[in-house]
Design a protein around this ligand. Sequence first.
Ligand SMILES: [Zn+2]
Length: 507
Amino acid sequence: MTAGTSPATRIAVFDTTLRDGEQSPGCSMNRVEKIRLAHQLQRMNVDVIEAGFPVASPGEWESVHAIASEIRNCSIAGLCRTREADITAAAKALAPAARPRIHVFIATSDIHLEHKLRMSRPEVLRQAVEAVRLAKSLAPEVEFSAEDASRSDYGFLREVVAAVHGAGADVVNIPDTVGYAVPEEYGAIFAALVKDVPGVVLSAHCHNDLGLAVANSLAAVRNGARQVEATINGVGERAGNTALEEFVMALKVRSGNYGFSTRVKTEEITHASHMLASITGIWPQPNKAIVGRNAFAHEAGIHQHGVIKNPLTYEIMTPESVGAGESLLVLGKHSGKHAIESRLEALGIELEPEEIEQVTARFKELADRKKFIYDEDLLALVANAPERRARLIRYQVVSGNALLPTASVELEIDGETRSASAVGNGPLDAALRATDTALGLELELVDYHTRAVTVGKDAQAEVVVRVRYGEMEVTGHAASTDSIEAALKAYLSAVGSARARSEGVAA
Ligand SMILES: [Zn+2]
């Protein structure tokens, strides 16, 4: 198949970062973060944004509803089981969307039918059809997913696909839910369905358990799929989903081979990747295709020499084509609120006036400590939720390899000043123990990530922590040129979110 002179067939890109991606460990986001990412997905021009699973919780419903209200240029999907309550909740959450899409799923493999659903094939078929009919009466676009399709009996899968297509499903998704398929086999399912169910629009949804998610998605489009489901940085359950950036760039770089295109603005890929990573604290591995830190780095002298003479010697795509040009030196100490606002806009971030004030204040603090402020610094400042309820006034740590690390902290908690000291098995441990004592709370540090935001010894350390507080797990972020201060502020920001959430305030 070649592109020839005819226009390339368009493949729809369905982004599920906010649903499949968000349900993976450490990737949970609050409403404000989800909306910020949804705007970036719109800017990147994906066709569909799956905003969440509305019936899962009131908070999830609110997030889907908010995204449906704000995003105009993409279809907004909400996931549902075949239950009526799921479908009506999704329809309500999606109602404000320009193009609402109800996405219904039920498993079709015998292993799921026997062990999970405890249902017979005819029951599954009946529920699938009824759910699609109901969804179609409530939304203009309906997608149906046959969960674990790749391990389902083909005859039964074909029967379900034909039935839901007949019941009005606009798109039928054939997921490789467990990441078990290999490209030839997965492609063959699509080829067969295209032949056996004329007129059906098929979608691929792959997991990366064998590292084959992108290869399987490409095999699917080669054999008739016209939609591919993917996530930014390939985040998702277990080993993750099809990486959106890899799939899109494979079609673009090898367009002569595939003859397919997407409407994605590839120059927005790096922004999207950085935004997701700075929200979750989970950065792609350095050698990750397209978005890893080293994806466009040429170290070997002979390679560098070649690239300088002509980039095509070793480069199959330019960094600029995915928006990964030189990190810009953006702002200095004397930059004002408007300069910060316009730079943030260029990075695709729109904030409320009150948030701009907060970011500007944090920017000024940072500019006193750090000479050069890069885009990444700015993104880190935005990602850091302000400390609510509990604020770090000062801390002091005495540490060394021949003495017992000791820390004292002074906090302002709900307007009251409290201080405490503690010893620990390192400076950070001592500082966090002192903070717990000052807060008077029992907290557990579940996860801790840190990284340098930019190059240089004066780079900011960005810290993302995950803290368990009672039954709740919350994430906190902070960045500072002082890594212990960043950790304490991240910890306090998590505590603030947890307390706000436990009191029913939107976090
Ligand atoms: Zn999935």
